[in-house]
Design a binder for this molecule. Structure first.
Ligand SMILES: O=P(O)(O)OC[C@H]1O[C@H](OP(=O)(O)OP(=O)(O)O)[C@H](O)[C@@H]1O
Ligand SMILES: O=c1cc[nH]c(=O)[nH]1
Ligand SMILES: [Mg+2]
Length: 209
């Protein structure tokens, strides 16, 4: 079963409060999503492997550590996942970025894929799928399916908010994928929106409503 980690650092919780508020406008919403994504990227990369190398400082020789192992790929689920990419690249500037375009049909709540562009070497990378919202879990689960079909082996999922229903779906469909959240909310409403949530993440990021 996937592990679920709620990254409840005080700064993340504080910023999520303003992200949730209906009084937060597009400009501030975007900035806060970027900031929280940077903080979450810091937490999610805690377990990256290190190796020891020897370098010359100006005064002596030192054994010191650098990252080793797999390189990282960031995979935003369009559109709303785009809002999390720059925040992550602040900390992991050499990461490659692949895009999965999915929208959730408002009637059926089923995900519809409309775009896919991935780095050629995803099978060699540690992939972090990012989307602010994990609601029914259909979009994240389909996105992970798409990546696995194309050879991805090491995948993490990172979302700002989730409903228990979405967590359960990803755990069932992809027990190998660990899930990192800013907060685990109470439930979904009858329209599939996360309660208390933040509304429609894509619309709030891009000002489309
Ligand atoms: O867990 P689910 O029930 O699948 O819902 C979550 C999905 O819904 C939202 O995207 P949306 O369909 O609104 O597309 P958008 O990002 O283009 O606004 C959100 O960003 C997730 O991708
Ligand atoms: O609450 C929700 C659920 C799905 N997508 C969103 O943007 N918000
Ligand atoms: Mg949307």
């Amino acid at each position: 079963m996937s592990n679920v980690f709620v990254l409840d650092h005080p700064l993340i919780q504080h910023k999520l409060t303003y992200i949730r508020s209906k009084d937060t406008g597009t400009k501030e919403f975007r900035a806060l999503v970027e900031e929280v994504s940077t903080l979450m990227a810091f937490e999610i990369t805690r377990d990256l492997p290190l190796e020891e190398i020897t370098i010359d400082t100006p005064v002596t020789t030192a054994k010191t550590k650098v990252l080793s192992g797999k390189k990282i790929g960031i995979i935003p689920i369009l559109r709303a996942g785009l809002g999390m990419v720059d925040g992550m690249l602040n900390l992991i500037p050499a990461a490659k970025v692949g895009h999965v375009g999915l929208y959730r049909d408002p009637e059926t709540l089923q995900p519809v894929e409309y775009y896919l562009k991935l780095p050629g070497d995803i099978h060699e990378r540690e992939l972090i799928v990012v989307d602010p919202m994990l609601a029914t879990g259909g979009s994240a689960s389909d996105a992970i399916d798409s990546l696995k079909k194309r050879g991805a082996e090491h995948i993490k999922l990172m979302c700002l908010l989730a409903a228990p229903e979405g967590v359960e779906k990803v755990q069932q469909d992809h027990p190998d994928v660990d899930i990192y959240l800013g907060a685990l909310d109470e439930r979904l409403n009858e329209k599939g929106y996360i309660i208390p949530g933040l509304g429609d993440a894509g619309d709030r990021l891009f000002g489309t409503k």
